[in-house]
Design a protein around this ligand. Structure first.
Ligand SMILES: Nc1ncnc2c1ncn2[C@@H]1O[C@H](COP(=O)(O)OP(=O)(O)OP(=O)(O)O)[C@@H](O)[C@H]1O
Ligand SMILES: [Mg+2]
Length: 256
């Protein structure tokens, strides 16, 4: 792992569904200025691990999480944690864009307005800055009041990123954020990630090894071992992708 100070750390995270262990003893660390790629076979537990990094598994009543996750050293699972405030600091981008049936502008402001009241002038400025940061401003500046659902899927995904950026998160978790997108939209998102990583920590689940190679600094590989998902290998992206050390990661990468 990297020597840089961690922004986000998972410490021996276990996730169970009843008697079944979905994820066993997963520990990882996201360093400042880096992108961590999560790879591994379908069903191994990548999304389950990602969802435990901002307590989204809490919303699945059948799942039990143990271990800890720390954001800049503070436990997310401590009883005193304000979960809504924490989720504003750790945003999440899903495979399919989550668009509300409202205008482009309202979609950008949705999270930010729930956190604090924002005066109209500041709203206008925030919409512009978030959409510029998400590389969508030029395409939508003349239609901010139009329904967001009229945008293409690639534009919708950048809109979701704009909504996340409007709350100024410290980390963004992404679960296969480009797998529903065409190559040009994928390229646009990847360029954005490389630009954002200097100030926002990024964890990205991807099935696309070429994408992992293009964007990730560190790689963690989740595979099923003895019936449960485990982080079988993690380290520098070049090293893991070139020369995996465990049979599970070798098998996965050979087949990908
Ligand atoms: N809420 C749940 N209750 C019970 N089992 C679950 C739940 N969510 C996920 N699982 C199981 O946990 C395992 C890991 O699922 P997960 O979605 O994390 O895999 P994944 O690596 O993200 O796969 P994919 O690449 O297909 O998205 C699977 O066997 C899945 O069926
Ligand atoms: Mg998944």
């Amino acid at each position: 792992m990297s020597d840089l100070a961690p922004i986000l750390e998972a410490v021996q995270v276990n996730v169970r569904a009843g008697e079944r262990v979905l994820l066993r003893n997963a520990s990882l660390s996201l360093a400042e200025g880096q992108i961590l790629g999560l790879i591994g076979p379908s069903g191994a537990g990548k999304s389950t691990l990602l969802r435990s990094l901002n307590r989204l598994n809490d919303l699945h009543p059948g799942l039990r999480v143990s271990g800890d996750v720390r954001l800049r050293g503070a436990s997310l699972y401590a009883p005193s944690t304000d979960v809504n405030a924490m989720r504003a600091r750790i945003g999440m981008l899903f495979q399919q864009p989550v668009i509300f049936p409202a205008s482009i502008e309202e979609n950008v402001l949705f999270g930010a307005k729930r956190l604090r009241p924002i005066k109209r002038d500041a709203q206008i400025a925030l919409v512009e800055s978030a959409l510029k940061e998400a590389a969508l401003w030029e395409e939508v500046r003349d239609r901010l009041r139009q329904p967001a659902l009229t945008l293409s899927v690639g534009q919708q995904q950048r809109l979701c990123l704009g909504r996340i950026l409007a709350v100024q998160p410290e980390v963004i978790l992404m679960d296969e954020p480009t797998s529903a997108l065409d190559p040009r939209s994928t390229e646009a998102i990847e360029e954005l990630l490389l630009r954002l990583k200097a100030k926002i920590g990024i964890v990205i689940v991807t099935h696309n090894i070429a994408q992992a190679r293009r964007v990730a600094d560190q790689i963690a590989c989740v595979c099923v071992r003895e019936g449960a998902g485990e982080l079988v290998e993690q380290g520098n992206a070049d090293a893991v992708l070139c020369c995996p050390q465990t049979p599970e990661a070798q098998k996965y990468l050979l087949a990908s």
